[in-house]
Design a protein around this ligand. Structure first.
Ligand SMILES: C[S@@+](CC[C@H](N)C(=O)[O-])C[C@H]1O[C@@H](n2cnc3c(N)ncnc32)[C@H](O)[C@@H]1O
Length: 290
């Protein structure tokens, strides 16, 4: 089960490596699924593609009449297709509508910046983007939208740049420490996480997924920022430790459902980063279903 099949790169590699394997590919992006369908066509009936949120995987499997999986892969975050399509609104590098939805449903990034309270925006930038100037940027957005709603990635970028380059109360110019990173990076990341409810969906997947994997099956999760990786690390640890008796504080080892196979997350090599710079923040964690 590839729950983030995207453009089908991983699925293609898995299908090519093991002739007896079938892949159920899930993604919430219908545009990506179209491309994956073309790419995986040579594998015929060994591939099944479904548009769904991976948080709903148990229902999807039941609806399809599929049994337990021998392996589950989740390669989190956004795809190159999403990042490189200006009309999807994920990229601060190119102008486009302020959308950022991976699928077709729910509020867009424009809805978030134009309707959330200033305090809610500040918390999102701070918590999901680790943005030090969260308060200042939220204030600038609240002021800007009084004149005119923000509609494009360019509108948002302009407000963030302006907020970050105006001198603070101390007279110092903020944002120096960011070096070569674009000043809008953290705000864009934070909004994307909010729009797609990325952390709550991931937690639901992690809570449910062991029920969908057969004994000896593998769970592999690749994350791209520390908030995701922390959820993955903690969930795998909890499932590998087993339930704790509330009175005695002892763990019931018979309730362990996973063995963690990666003591430390696997990171890309320097050669891989040179070929594929977007892999640079990837951390892979894997576990075996007991
Ligand atoms: C990094 S890309 C995956 C790329 C893929 N492994 C490949 O080889 O092309 C992440 C994909 O996960 C999808 N995605 C993210 N969150 C999702 C969710 N909650 N449910 C389903 N798909 C999700 C995105 O739409 C995106 O296509």
């Amino acid at each position: 089960m590839d729950c983030t099949v995207g453009l089908g790169g991983h699925a293609e590699a898995i299908l090519g490596a093991s002739p007896e394997v079938r892949v159920l590919g899930v993604d919430r992006d219908p545009q990506a699924l179209e491309l994956a369908r073309d790419r995986l066509e040579p594998f015929g009936s060994r591939v099944r593609l479904v548009e769904a949120d991976f948080a709903d995987l148990p229902d999807v499997l039941e609806r399809l009449g599929e049994g337990l999986a021998t392996g589950v892969l989740a390669d989190l975050g956004v795809s190159s297709l999403q990042l490189d399509s200006p009309e999807r609104g994920f990229s601060f590098r190119r102008n486009g509508p302020l959308d950022m939805r991976m699928g077709n449903q729910g509020p867009t990034a424009a809805d978030v910046v134009n309707t959330y309270s200033e305090e809610a925006l500040r918390d999102i930038f701070w918590q999901y983007g680790d943005e030090r100037q969260a308060r200042r940027i939220a204030r600038a957005l609240a002021r800007e939208r009084e004149n005119q709603p923000l509609e494009t990635t360019g509108d948002l970028k302009r407000v963030v740049y302006r907020a970050k380059s105006s001198p603070g109360r101390s007279g110092r110019r903020p944002g120096r420490r960011e070096g070569r990173v674009d000043p809008a990076t953290r705000v864009f990341q934070a909004l994307r996480i909010e729009v797609n409810r990325e952390l709550s969906r991931l937690q639901t997947l992690l809570d449910e997924v062991v029920k969908l994997i057969d004994a000896e099956g593998r769970l592999v999760v690749i994350s791209y920022h520390s908030l995701e990786d922390r959820l993955v690390k903690n969930s795998l640890r909890r499932l590998a430790r087993g339930k704790i008796d509330e009175i005695t504080g002892r763990t019931h080892s018979e309730t362990r459902v996973l063995e963690v196979l990666t003591k430390k997350p696997v990171r890309p090599s320097a050669e891989e980063i040179a070929i594929n710079p977007r892999s640079r923040s990837a951390r892979l964690r894997a576990a075996r279903r007991l």
